[in-house]
Design a protein around this ligand. Structure first.
Ligand SMILES: [Zn+2]
Length: 537
């Protein structure tokens, strides 16, 4: 049976750009648009030309995407003609394949926010769609507050949708702008709409204010809608938009949808999903959500020993889909609850070949258990685990020695008479028999120590230039009888790889030092840096 086509519309660059703390540059927007195009998204909404300089520039020339590059803007203002509305003119001038208009569909908003009449609102929709069609654009109409509007005054909400459809809009998009609708309501209301307008002209635009934007999108599809709007990682104002990163694999991997519908995203493109999700976080300089469905680092992580041995035998026992399908990987957590099978699976993943019966495996497991009892957390610190394992099972070259370090925190008055706190670190390292001394000031003691450590590592400097700390987390634990500090440091390098290292000590500087050292040594090991002189640690 031929499957019906479902269309995916991404609004990361428009609605997603409303997220608190998100500011896309022009280059960011171009990079994200390219990434969405590579994923096989049908429509990429770039922004709101005329509303700000970046979006105007974005639409000033063709962007050569396979996707329909879409400009967003408002229908003509009430009381004006289409030829006498500068906002509409900027939108019609934009170099775009499609134009997505937003219009009110809740009579309450028409009255209170627009201060106009229902008839003028309908005329504005008709005139704007006609004008854009006249310019040869594909037209979409976002019916703002559609579900709330439908509950308040169904005939008016439907009239707005119908006005656009009759003027030749390709898609009528039903928006849950406030994000308060529930899946059963969406399914019922969309079911009513598709009696008047064919479902293959209906889209859904859901917000996540009850954490059901994904469920609402799927409910709309079940009721007949054939376009889904959403964002990467669920970016968006307040609680975000429907998360395409969860929706796409659900459509492709869950039989209820996969057997009935096809999307433009191929199986090969689906494998790029985890990367796309993390790359967006990279661009936004945000730590990826470890627990993100399908693509999070913990999405296929299993802790307990008996589960781990079952997973190794038959992955389907504890996994709803296979991690490789979305470009993620299975992760068996090394922890005090885990047994030998976890450790063996992790060793296999990092490429250490060892016999199951090898005594060193038992030694490694003992070491992990002892250290975790002391406060280390290897399940969160993959790079520190790898170094520990390689040190016990084979060897990690000795690169450099830190002979001593000194960290000083001083609070004093500056020249303006303000109290300031200044941190200074001095580090003495030995590389190939040569002592190197570096000093650095930082905004805190750990920052100063990090800067001093990485300032001059002699012949290794070239290997760590791309190293960057991206996250620093501190927890105070009660291990045994005393309180200790656990520090987790996340680093990344020029290849985009991220890794986490751990340090534990009653002293926060010492704990940070351990984690910093592991991060640097891991980077040197991974880059194939040569050992210093002779000897192994
Ligand atoms: Zn929205």
């Amino acid at each position: 049976m031929a499957r019906e086509r479902l269309y995916l519309f991404d609004t990361t660059l428009r609605d997603g750009a409303q997220t608190n703390g998100v500011d896309f540059t022009l280059n960011d927007k171009l990079a994200v648009a390219k990434m969405l195009d590579d994923l096989g998204i049908d429509y990429v909404e770039g922004g709101y030309p005329g509303a700000n300089p970046i979006d105007t520039q974005l639409f000033s020339e063709g962007r050569k995407l396979a996707a329909s590059f879409t400009a967003f803007g408002m229908t003509r203002r009430p009381g004006r003609s289409t030829s006498n509305d500068p906002g509409l003119a900027a939108l019609l001038e934009a170099t775009a394949d499609a134009i997505c208009f937003v219009a009110k569909s809740w009579d309450y908003h028409v009255r209170v926010a627009l201060e106009t009449t229902p008839d003028e609102n309908l005329a504005s929709i008709r005139d704007s769609v006609r004008a854009a069609r006249g310019r040869g654009r594909e037209v979409l109409l976002d019916c703002e507050h559609f579900f709330d509007g439908y509950k308040a005054n169904a005939p008016f909400a439907l009239a707005c949708a119908k006005a656009a459809y009759e003027e030749g809009a390709r898609w009528i998009v039903l928006c849950d702008t406030n994000g308060g609708a529930l899946p059963h309501e969406v399914e019922k209301i969309v079911g009513e709409v598709v009696k008047l307008i064919p479902g293959d002209h209906i889209g859904i635009h859901a917000h996540n204010d009850t954490e059901q934007a994904v469920a609402n999108s799927l409910a709309a599809v079940r009721a007949g809608a054939r376009q889904i709007q959403g964002t990467l990682n669920g970016l968006g104002e307040r609680c975000g938009n429907a998360n395409l990163v969860s929706i796409i694999p659900t459509l492709k991997l869950k039989p209820e949808f996969a057997e009935r519908f096809e999307v433009a995203v191929s199986d090969t493109q689906l494998k790029k999903l985890a990367h796309a999700s993390r790359a967006l976080d990279e661009i936004l300089n945000r730590a990826p959500n470890r627990h993100a469905p399908y693509v999070g680092e913990s999405a296929f992580a299993t802790k307990a020993g008996i589960h781990a041995s079952a997973i190794l035998k038959e992955p389907a026992t504890y996994e709803h889909v296979s991690p490789e399908t979305v470009g993620n990987r299975r992760k068996l957590l090394v922890s005090d609850q885990g047994g030998k099978s976890n450790v063996l699976a992790e060793l296999e993943r990092i490429g250490v070949v060892v016999e199951k019966s090898d005594d060193r495996v038992a030694r490694l497991l003992d070491e992990v258990k002892q250290r975790e009892a002391a406060g280390f957390a290897y399940e969160a610190a993959d790079a520190s685990f790898e170094l520990l394992a390689r040190r016990i099972l084979e060897k990690v070259p000795n690169y450099f020695d830190v002979e001593k370090f000194d960290v000083n925190v001083e609070q004093r008055h500056n020249a303006l008479g303000q109290r300031v706190t200044v941190s200074l670190a001095v580090v003495k390292v030995k590389v190939d028999g040569e002592s190197l001394i570096s000093a650095a000031e930082g905004n805190g003691p750990v920052n100063a120590l990090d800067l001093a450590l990485r300032k001059d590592l002699g012949k290794y400097q070239g290997y760590i230039n791309g190293l960057e700390l991206t996250d620093y987390r501190v927890r105070i634990l009660n291990a045994g009888t005393q309180a200790v500090t656990r520090v987790l440091i996340e680093s990344k390098d020029e290849t985009g790889e991220r890794w986490t290292t751990v340090g534990v000590s009653p002293n926060i500087i010492e704990a940070s030092f351990q984690a910093l050292m592991d991060s640097i040594v891991y980077k040197l090991f991974k880059s194939g840096a040569p050992a210093t002189g002779a000897g192994h640690r």
